[in-house]
Write a protein that binds this ligand. Structure first.
Ligand SMILES: NC(=O)c1ccc[n+]([C@@H]2O[C@H](COP(=O)([O-])OP(=O)(O)OC[C@H]3O[C@@H](n4cnc5c(N)ncnc54)[C@H](OP(=O)(O)O)[C@@H]3O)[C@@H](O)[C@H]2O)c1
Length: 335
């Protein structure tokens, strides 16, 4: 007869799947591996991942080109899931609570341990797509921190059909901006228009300045959001109106060139760098920013991004897709 194993021993034998980056490189370095199911420590919870969001920062870290993460690591900062187990000292999150998170590395996995104060409660009515908050919270801080948008301000958003781009377009229209969105294909321009953009400009030949000056009657834009980098940023700065602000918050096409200061002086213009992680370091601040996004979705003036789903084991195809520029909206891995 076999004695029953103590509960702890059974837990330790459980395994889960996760994606590992063992060396930096192309999408092929994303490997699915087995790992012991993690246990939550004091102040932590273990969640079963329902979907892990894919963000461009995952690509930067995987290829190691512009954002280095020591290998080996499990990529992914964002997801939505259900609390399976609470560690000591966690009283506020019951088993079965549905939560989201936006800055916990290791999210490309079936299970994940997160600090309980980083778990964001989401409404029970939220779909999986609505629970993926990373890009929406990015739009929130980009709009809150750099320039108070006034009705009638001209605003330029690059890659406006992308993940962050679609949230920016919707939120800016809510604030009354006159919105110029750029994208690389007619289908993407159609998406931008359907979200309410006033002008949709194809920038695939590298030129969007002519369109900006034609639309703004030579004045330029009050604010520009640029996460494309190498192929756009010099012109983005030129597109600013006097006292305008350009926010560089990514480099999907490669590292942006250095900015010349003198033209900024002449225009009284500003260039700022944006980093989500600096604005969500403090858990209370993160919860507040997420609450604003959740509110917009609940009130119906913000729509969650339509998600293209990939199975967890096919993370490399998801990375190939986002890097190919063929995607719109959100990509997610389903464990
Ligand atoms: N700093 C922050 O706080 C922060 C936070 C979140 C995201 N980001 C940045 O925001 C950007 C958007 O992120 P996302 O996750 O929502 O991705 P995404 O916008 O869904 O995808 C990136 C888009 O960039 C455009 N792009 C232009 N040149 C490209 C190139 N050479 N290769 C690939 N794409 C190119 C493509 O749109 P078109 O085909 O229309 O050109 C593509 O769809 C990324 O640069 C990301 O790093 C920054």
């Amino acid at each position: 007869m076999i004695d029953a194993l103590p509960f702890d021993a059974i837990e330790q034998r459980c395994e889960m799947k996760q994606i590992l980056v063992g060396r930096t490189g192309g999408p092929e370095v994303l490997e699915i591996v087995s790992a012991p199911s993690p246990s939550p420590g004091r102040g932590e919870v273990l969640v079963d991942v329902e979907a892990a969001g894919i963000n461009y920062v995952d690509v930067y870290q995987r290829n190691g080109a512009v954002d280095y993460q020591p290998v080996p690591f499990v990529p992914g900062y964002e997801g939505v899931g259900t609390v399976r187990q609470a560690g000591p000292g966690v009283a506020s999150l019951a088993i079965g609570t549905r939560v989201a998170w936006i800055n916990v590395l290791g999210s490309y996995a079936q299970q994940l341990v997160l600090p309980s104060d980083r778990a964001i409660r989401i409404p029970s009515t939220f779909t999986t797509d609505e629970g993926l908050l990373f890009q929406g919270v990015t739009a929130q801080y980009l709009l809150a921190e750099y320039h108070q948008i006034k009705p009638g301000d001209f605003v330029l958003v690059h890659a406006a059909a992308g993940g962050v781009g679609q949230f920016l377009v919707q939120w800016l229209k809510r604030l009354g901006a006159v919105l110029i969105g750029t994208a690389s294909t007619e289908a993407k321009l159609q998406t931008i228009r359907s979200l309410g953009a006033d002008h949709a400009v194809n920038y695939s030949d590298g030129n969007f300045l002519d369109a900006v000056f034609e639309i703004t009657k030579g004045r330029g834009v009050d604010v520009a959001f640029d996460a494309v980098g190498a192929t756009t940023f010099s012109s983005t700065v030129k597109a600013l109106a006097p006292r305008g602000t350009a926010i560089a918050y990514g480099q999907a096409s490669g590292v942006a060139p250095d900015v010349q200061i003198y033209p900024l002086i002449l225009k009284g213009a500003r260039v700022a760098g944006g980093s989500l992680f600096t604005y969500i370091q403090d858990p209370a601040e993160m919860q507040q920013r997420a609450a604003e996004l959740i509110c917009g979705i609940e009130e119906g003036w913000l729509s969650a991004l339509p998600t293209t789903q990939f199975p967890l084991h096919d993370a490399s195809s998801a990375h190939r897709a986002i890097e190919s520029r063929s995607t719109q909206g959100k990509l997610a891995l389903i464990p």
